[in-house]
Design a protein around this ligand. Structure first.
Ligand code: F0G
Length: 446
């Protein structure tokens, strides 16, 4: 089991109060002296650690829990408002974060929980939460002086990397599973100037290749295996806690989120651990992290259900939610303790349940891509199974925008109806051809 205890004496390797620590053996490393993704000693995952962990007041809100600082010209909103919890004061920013926390009263009533909010990360600059990771990750890339950035991607990471890499003036290279990436994402990566390599394999194999390229010094890896990506993504957790508290006077009981590589699960858990460490959050107030996967790509769910310490790699994966079509969640060693220690769980949902949830969100004006809707589909399933009770305050994370996957949206939505170029024909069509009472009455109008 990973050592996820944060409090330790500052090691010599620390640079300005920041260092990297191995979650398996505890070895510490200087954060910016060399490119490093995993532990030199045991190959375990690395995590950023700090001399000081933040309280809510450190986020510039001037109080214990207010949601947002007073606005003046010097106030940075979004990810960099949380600089006290990040390795730098500012980054390569578009800017990102400060996404809405929507009320969805009809869905809330339908699912039968006390409060339901949707944290819509699709409202970030490139339309997904990946922007939060890239603003920090690309800043670190600059610090390290690398010149080529790379990632494997189911789509959103590639779009964000292309945009942020372009902004920083760095070359970007993305490896995509051929034919399995939604159209909007490929278009973004292409237009923002990434070199796109399509591999005839699934995402997990693309990531294997990018890791090999990174190990050979050919590129700087910006998948969520990179610990600094997760530092940026922590800010989702800070925003949810602040805003939910400001609106309800409580912290949410549960956060439900889609899981692919399990980076967000790990990042949210880290945000909560840091706030607990600083004393800003009572251990009993930490939301239960609840992961959702598609039935055709559910290795994390399998591990949680079997109470296993390790996640089995699924070689064959399939789902309409292509963003989470992943069989080897590389952040599992960070995310599994997060699910377990917060009292959360993991659940798998079918593609039909995902599409139904996508429609239900869209009906309330919230447009998300299929992977995002998995969170709501999972909540529905857990309510039906009695795992989530009616008294709970729940936040579902929706990770990407509807326009990312226009084909899935068109399939889930209504079909366009062809009509003649004629007003009467349009009215007749709307009323049904046989001529309804309304149509007959209308015909009598002058
Ligand atoms: N939702 C969306 C829309 C995603 O794009 C991803 C991951 C996830 C959820 C899963 O998040 O990996 O932190 O558990 N997309 C990556 C990509 C893999 O390449 O865009 P996770």
């Amino acid at each position: 089991m990973a050592t996820l205890e944060l409090s330790e004496t500052t090691p010599e390797a620390a640079d300005d109060g920041v260092w990297l620590a191995c979650i398996d053996c505890g070895e510490s490393f200087a954060p910016f002296d060399a490119v490093r993704y995993t532990c030199d000693e045991c190959d375990g995952l690395l995590e950023a650690r700090y001399e000081h962990y933040p309280t809510f007041a450190d986020f510039g809100t001037g109080g214990d829990h207010p949601a947002r600082p007073a606005l003046d010209e010097s106030t940075s909103l979004g990810v960099w408002r949380y600089a006290a919890a990040l390795p730098f004061e500012e980054g390569v920013s578009l800017p990102e974060g400060d996404t809405p926390l929507y009320e969805v009263p009809r869905l809330e009533g339908d699912l039968g929980v006390r409060n339901l909010r949707i944290k819509h990360e699709g409202m970030n600059p490139t339309g997904s939460f990946k922007d939060r990771g890239m603003t920090v990750g690309v800043r670190v890339a600059r610090e390290l002086g690398v010149d080529r950035l790379a990632c494997a991607s189911t789509g959103n990471t590639s779009a964000a990397l292309a945009a942020y890499g372009g902004r920083a003036g760095l070359e970007t290279l993305v490896l995509l599973p051929s034919g399995k990436v939604a159209a909007g994402k490929v278009a973004q990566a292409a237009l923002h100037g990434a070199r796109i390599l399509e591999v005839d394999a699934n995402f997990d194999s693309c990531l294997d290749i990018v890791q090999n390229l990174a190990a050979r010094g050919e590129a700087y890896l910006l998948n969520s295996l990179n610990p600094f990506r997760l530092e940026g993504q922590k800010t989702i957790g800070f925003e949810i806690l602040e805003r939910f508290y400001a609106e309800t006077g409580r912290f949410p009981d549960r956060i439900v989120l889609p899981v692919g590589n399990a980076g967000n699960t790990a990042a949210l858990y880290k945000a909560f651990r840091e706030l607990v460490e600083s004393g800003a959050l009572a251990p009993g107030d930490v939301p239960k992290l609840t992961g959702v996967q598609a039935e055709g790509a559910a290795p994390m769910v399998e591990a949680v259900e079997n109470d296993a310490d390790e996640v089995r790699r699924w070689e064959a994966v399939e789902t309409i939610a292509t963003a989470i079509r992943i069989g080897n969640p590389v952040n599992a060693p960070k995310a599994l303790p997060g699910i377990r220690e917060t009292g959360g769980t993991a659940v798998a949902v079918s593609d039909d349940e995902i599409t139904d949830a996508q429609r239900a969100l869209a009906a309330e004006g919230v447009g998300v891509e299929p992977a995002s809707a998995a969170s709501v589909a999972g909540l529905r399933r857990l309510r039906e199974d009695g795992v989530v009770d009616a008294g709970e305050d729940v936040v579902c994370l929706t990770t990407g925008h509807l326009l990312k996957d226009p084909d899935a949206a068109a399939l889930a939505g209504r079909d366009p109806e062809p009509v003649a170029n004629d007003t009467d024909a349009v009215l007749a069509h709307l009323d049904g051809r046989s001529g309804s009472l309304a149509a007959r009455l209308r015909r009598r109008l002058p």
